[in-house]
Design a protein around this ligand. Structure first.
Ligand code: ATP
Length: 234
């Protein structure tokens, strides 16, 4: 049984349907990438899994439980972490307060949770009293990832984590994702650096106009002439 099983999902915004019968699975510990043209609905898939869109049909199961159309605050407690592309830190709160917000559903934030995040991202410990909004884009992205990891999710969904990062930080971001995945967390990634994302992942989906177009291992998608031409810039 897949950890995440999206089946025939229809979803959108208000009356506007964006996703049409999307099928997608992520196994335990698997690293899955979604690629596709602008506006294909990649972010909408993640938002829909996290309960942030209008549910119109189909199903989303996580860890054997149906989570379709549930509220985000319920979904987060099932073991899904989500880092949206924009507005993913509280700018006026300190780094430490942002991390604590990641565990707001717990009565007390266990000290070892913070310790683990600080060990993974030492810069966050060095900057723990600094207001998040005054940090660089790369540091804010690490903070957003750290916050999403505070509840130790089984699946981490990342929406364009390298957006806006200087080129030399992009590789570092991909390495961080590899490390998180190597430690056992399944990854669902949307990335503008589609080739690099497909190189790193286990499996990928190509989404076009809210529908599945291709699905295969990352390497097979990279080697597919049609996929290269149509979606990866040749
Ligand atoms: N809040 C919203 N309300 C209405 N329509 C929206 C909303 N967010 C996104 N859309 C529309 O949904 C469609 C899919 O958008 P989405 O952001 O999911 O695509 P994407 O594949 O992630 O694109 P990109 O690569 O440009 O980020 C687009 O037509 C977009 O305009």
């Amino acid at each position: 049984m897949a950890l995440l099983d999206v089946s025939g999902l229809d979803a959108g915004y208000g009356d506007l349907q964006i996703l049409e019968g999307v099928d997608m699975t992520v196994d335990e510990g698997e690293y899955v990438t979604i690629v596709g043209p602008n506006g294909a609905g990649k972010s909408t898939v993640m938002k829909s899994i996290f309960g942030l869109t209008t549910y119109m049909g189909g199903s989303v199961d996580f860890d054997g439980e149906e989570i379709s159309a549930r509220r985000p605050e319920d979904i987060i407690s099932t073991g899904i972490g989500y880092v949206p592309q924009n507005d993913n830190v509280f700018p006026s709160l300190s780094v430490k307060e942002n991390l604590e917000m990641g565990a707001y559903i717990l009565d007390d934030v266990p000290e070892d949770r913070l310790r683990r995040i600080y060990d993974r991202f030492p810069i966050l410990e060095q900057r723990k009293t600094q207001k998040a909004g005054t940090m660089s884009g790369g540091q804010q992205q690490m903070l957003a990832m750290g916050r999403a990891l505070m509840l130790d999710p089984d699946l981490l969904m990342l929406d364009e984590p390298s957006a806006g990062l200087a080129p030399d930080l992009v590789d570092d971001m991909f390495d961080r994702i590899d490390e998180i995945n190597d430690d056992g967390t399944a990854i669902l990634l949307v990335e503008q650096n589609a080739k690099e994302a497909l190189r790193r992942c286990d499996r990928g989906y190509v989404l076009v106009q809210g529908q599945n177009r291709y699905e295969d291992s990352g390497d097979a998608l990279l080697a597919d002439e049609q996929v290269r031409q149509d979606f990866l810039g040749g």
